[in-house]
Design a protein around this ligand. Structure first.
Ligand code: NAP
Length: 246
């Protein structure tokens, strides 16, 4: 039997790259979507092919651009035959003081984090419904729930949108496709590398486990949600924040 296929957006780095490894380890053919990190995506492809002997495609696509998304989905199906699992992980944050927030940056964040999740889900979800099976996991943030941090109010709003979108997609694609969303807290990736040690120490005090997550700790939950072990989990928001207290 052919391997199952997972398409992961924003898989060139961070949580997406860790998720690509987790699925490859479990014998999935993997599509690594990237936007600008060509070399990181190619290096990861080589690593997965060598270590896990699975098929890997790298596809450049800005998830906020409909034509590029359409082409990415078509290319995946043409080359790998199907899409069993979609992980909408691509995301950006542009943290600034409130007075420096701009409409341009706000719109770009919404375009990538929210519209991108909608677009990829639209094209992949339609195929999954035709096939009468599939699983979609969206990546939101605990910032959408209760970790208020005005430096990222635009990001937080986009991630709240991702949760709302998840509920509607679960309804739209039922009963064949399970759609769930994870809400990680702080994770050590490029997205958090500019944070000062002082800020990190303060945030760690609010986390019961007293530390940021490793990307692999998010990837394992995403894999679980996609797997048959989670066959009755649908339309759910799963926090992965080490026990965050505001
Ligand atoms: P990261 O290390 O900065 O990686 C972001 C990924 O998104 C990269 O692979 C990047 O690809 C991709 N990306 C950005 N814009 C894109 C676009 N327009 N089209 C396609 N791909 C694009 O971030 P991360 O921490 O792993 O974050 C992954 C997800 O987890 C994001 O949705 C983020 O909001 C969420 N999250 C992160 C944290 C955290 O503390 N790190 C907490 C909660 C939620 P290129 O480099 O190729 O452009």
């Amino acid at each position: 039997m052919d391997n199952k296929v997972v398409l992961i957006t924003g898989a060139s780095r961070g949580i997406g790259a860790a998720t690509a490894k987790e699925f490859a380890k479990n014998n999935y053919s993997v599509v690594i979507n990237y936007n600008s990190s060509y070399q990181e995506a190619e290096n990861l492809k080589k690593e997965l092919e060598t270590n896990y002997k699975v098929k890997v495609l790298t596809i450049k696509c800005d998830v906020s651009k409909e034509e590029e998304v359409k082409n990415m989905v078509e290319k995946t199906v043409n080359e790998l035959g199907n899409i069993d699992v979609l992980i909408n992980n691509a995301g950006i944050a542009i943290d600034t003081l409130f007075e420096d927030k701009t409409v341009e940056n706000f719109k770009r964040i919404l375009d990538v984090n929210l519209i991108g999740t909608f677009l990829v889900s639209k094209y992949v979800g339609t195929i999954m419904v035709e096939n009468q099976k599939g699983s979609i996991i969206n990546v939101s943030s605990n910032a959408a729930l209760d970790d208020y941090y005005p430096m990222s109010l635009d990001y937080d709003a986009s991630k709240a949108g991702v949760i709302s979108l998840t509920h509607n997609l679960a309804s739209q694609f039922s009963p064949f496709v399970r759609v769930n969303v994870v809400a990680p807290g702080w994770v050590t990736t490029d997205m958090t590398k500019e944070l000062s040690q002082e800020f990190i120490d303060e945030e760690n005090k609010k986390i019961m486990l007293n530390r940021f997550a490793k990307p692999e700790e998010i990837a394992k939950v995403i894999y679980f949600l996609a797997s048959d072990s989670a066959s009755y989990i649908n339309n759910e928001v799963i926090r992965i924040d080490g026990g965050f207290k505001c």
